[in-house]
Design a protein around this ligand. Structure first.
Ligand SMILES: C[S@@+](CC[C@H](N)C(=O)[O-])C[C@H]1O[C@@H](n2cnc3c(N)ncnc32)[C@H](O)[C@@H]1O
Length: 249
């Protein structure tokens, strides 16, 4: 497939699909922490979707099947804490909203909301919801989850797939001093009802690191999702981890 250079960041294949010139793996990690990067990515994905409505964009961590594992976990745990078929769910840093569209295909028929600070993400996900006729069930809001003057609605389930990973690369400071990773648990708690579940998947932090970041007196580790482990030089580990936490009060 030959590619035609269109500008510095964008190429177009013969089929007309717009693709990024750089391979994701070659990007400097700090780029993933900027809103500009996400706006540009989702603007490309939106253009692709308009050309070909089957193309709803990339699914983060699809090589580990993380999204399906998170959904299976929720389905398998219906009845525990606030996990129910009509549970309200918010996906923080939802991107193209793929996980919510897939969740809606299962038993979960409650209110599903995706939040992202990228306007282009919200446009893309909203267009997909409208085109697939699920916009009565799934909605998307543009907001920075760290925005201080915001008292968000509370949900039964909060999801994060790759968002803390991206945020941790931003180097952003809250009020000019606090590291975003250090305030993330407090942000998550703002979105959660008592007995609500926070389910997070990360490839940037180990399971132990993630527990240290998220656990508070009120937000406690509940269960983990199993992934294949690798063995290297006598050390065992997994390249990705998913952990569910429960909010006690
Ligand atoms: C690695 S992507 C993951 C996207 C999606 N969760 C998925 O699994 O495909 C990280 C997402 O977090 C969003 N994001 C980063 N910082 C954010 C913030 N402060 N508030 C809301 N969304 C944010 C980005 O726009 C991007 O969509």
């Amino acid at each position: 497939m030959s590619l035609v250079l269109e500008d510095d960041n964008v190429e177009r294949s013969q089929s007309g699909k717009v693709v990024q010139m750089q391979d994701k793996a070659e990007l400097s990690t700090s780029k993933l922490g900027t809103k500009k990067y996400w706006d540009e990515l989702y603007a490309l994905e939106l253009e692709n979707f308009r050309r070909n409505p089957q193309d709803t964009g990339d699914c983060w961590f699809s090589d580990s099947d993380a999204e399906q594992k998170m959904i299976d976990f929720l389905v398998d745990n219906i009845g525990a804490y606030r996990i129910s078929e009509d549970a309200s769910v918010v996906d923080l840093g939802t991107g193209n909203g793929h996980m919510l569209f897939e969740l809606h295909q299962t038993e979960f028929q409650g209110k599903l909301v995706g939040i992202d600070y990228s306007e282009e993400s919200v446009k893309l996900a909203t267009n997909i919801a409208e085109a697939t006729g699920v916009d009565n069930f799934i909605s998307f809001e543009q907001a920075d989850i760290f925005s201080g003057d915001w008292n968000p609605e509370k949900y039964d389930i909060v999801l994060d797939k790759g968002t803390l990973d991206a945020i941790s690369l931003s180097g952003m400071k809250i009020n000019g001093k606090l590291d975003v990773v250090d305030v993330y648990a407090a942000v998550v708690e703002k979105f959660l009802k008592k007995d609500g579940i926070f389910l997070i998947t990360s490839c940037n932090f180990t399971q132990d690191e993630l527990i240290k970041i998220i656990e508070t007196d009120n937000l406690k580790m509940w269960k983990t999702i199993k992934y294949p482990v690798f063995q290297f030089g006598g050390v065992q580990g997994a390249t990705i981890c998913s952990i569910a936490f429960v909010k006690r009060n």
